[in-house]
Design a protein around this ligand. Structure first.
Ligand SMILES: [Zn+2]
Length: 417
């Protein structure tokens, strides 16, 4: 068992503005790491667990976890592969085209993707005849990307990694970072490293889930230990300005990860600033991003959702209904662990990623399998843990003639026939 004291640390100052005016607003309990899937032989071994609790900085509006777990426990061997869902692949194609147009790139110029996973996004830039390089700390994914011809350094992003990109490849015109800023403890070092290697006229494009959606749509299950910060334009602008950058444009995608912002950043004064940046800042002020009220209301709604879903599942179980889940995702693990749902209630979870088949979910110990097993089993209800891909999931279930119903847990627990 991992020594808990040595593997995590408390975070009691804001990682962006360094304020100590932090207000705790949601306690999801002590849960295992959301991506620590288990082999059958590990099921008897006590799992590493840590507090999962959120706090907001009332000075800059950044939401962050109270604890930071050693990243090596979370990112060195990562089963999640971003290429899996089609929605996400299409999003990558669009992101590559938009970024190249925005930066006014010529063919052959360098694009760097930070936390490049298996190289999915970079392959879309390569299709546009850009030169590409990735950086990712997961050894298995970096190896996979290299095999498929996407040069990838296996490392965390830092000024040292930026220096080796510069030395070996050249100065990127575009740096992309999708879903990684929220996973990074030292955000100032992250941006310093971008500053270190980005072309003077280059653009830095980042994407992250939007904290306004997290709160307004009750997406509490997108909180997990890897997800250290819950971001918005307010705190991001403060972070960028400290390093001589400006937020130039913002786009919004409601269907990606439950609501995602794409933020275009360039060196101050080098690029025109679109008027929508001010609109987002205004919207966040109207939401009350630096006040405690919206967060306290969120806490109340999350507790209501827990009560409603547990009573629904309890009624179905008492009525002899067979329930499985769909989506062995990080968010599913937060939800099941916070709600106390285990294999005794839901023994099996279906996932489309074959790499996860035969493994078990952390904490709840549900067995992971492919959709084929659903064909030959009597299942009355599927709990949609990957609710953000519910259109695709329902379509797949229709294709195999699944006769049962669905339960959607978020934003509010309900049955869908
Ligand atoms: Zn702050």
């Amino acid at each position: 068992m991992v020594d808990r004291a040595a593997q995590s640390k408390s975070h009691d100052i804001c990682r962006i503005c360094r304020s100590t005016n932090l207000h705790e607003y949601l306690d999801l309990g002590r849960t295992p790491l959301a991506n620590s899937y288990l082999r059958a032989e590990d099921l008897q071994v006590p799992e590493f667990k840590e507090e999962l609790k959120l706090q907001v900085c009332t000075d800059c509006g950044l939401s962050q976890l109270t604890k930071v777990v050693n990243p090596d426990l979370m990112f060195r061997n990562y089963l999640y592969v971003s290429s899996t869902p089609k929605t996400f692949r299409d999003h990558c194609v669009e992101l590559a085209k938009t970024s190249v147009a925005m930066a006014g790139c010529r063919k052959g110029e360098w694009v760097l993707d930070i936390a490049s996973n298996d190289g999915c996004l970079l392959s879309k830039f390569r299709d546009l005849e850009m030169s590409v390089v990735g950086v990712d700390p997961a050894e298995n994914l970096a190896a996979e990307a290299n095999q498929s011809g996407i040069p990838t350094l296996c490392d965390y992003w830092s000024t040292t990694a930026a220096e080796s990109v510069l030395r070996r490849f050249g100065r990127p015109r575009i740096i992309t970072a999708t879903n990684v800023l929220g996973h990074t403890d030292d955000l100032h070092e992250f941006v310093r490293a971008v500053d270190h290697c980005l072309d003077p006229a280059g653009i830095f494009v980042l994407e992250c889930p939007y904290v306004l959606d997290f709160i307004e749509k009750n997406e509490f299950d997108t909180a997990y230990h890897e997800h250290l910060s819950y971001l918005a334009i307010h705190p991001l602008r403060m972070l960028m300005e400290e390093h001589g950058f400006a937020v130039c444009n913002v786009q919004y995608f409601h269907e990606i990860h439950g609501g995602t912002i794409r933020v275009f950043v360039g060196r101050s004064g080098r690029h025109p600033v679109d008027s929508n940046v001010a609109l987002y800042l205004k919207k966040e002020e109207a939401f009350g991003i630096q006040t405690i009220e919206p967060y306290e209301a969120f806490r109340g709604r999350v507790e209501g959702t827990k009560e409603k879903l547990l009573s629904l599942l309890g009624r179905l179980q008492a009525g002899g209904k067979a329930m499985w889940a769909y989506g062995a995702s990080a968010k599913g693990n937060t939800l099941t662990n916070y709600f106390g749902i285990t294999k005794d209630l839901i023994p099996v979870v279906i996932d489309d990623n074959p790499k996860k088949w035969g493994w078990y979910t952390p904490g709840s110990h549900m067995r992971i399998t492919g959709i084929d097993e659903l064909v030959s089993s009597r299942v009355d209800y599927l709990l949609l843990l990957a609710w953000n891909f519910q259109t695709e999931i329902k379509h797949r279930c229709r294709m195999i003639k699944y006769p049962g119903d669905f339960i959607v847990p978020v934003p509010e627990a309900k049955i869908i026939r």
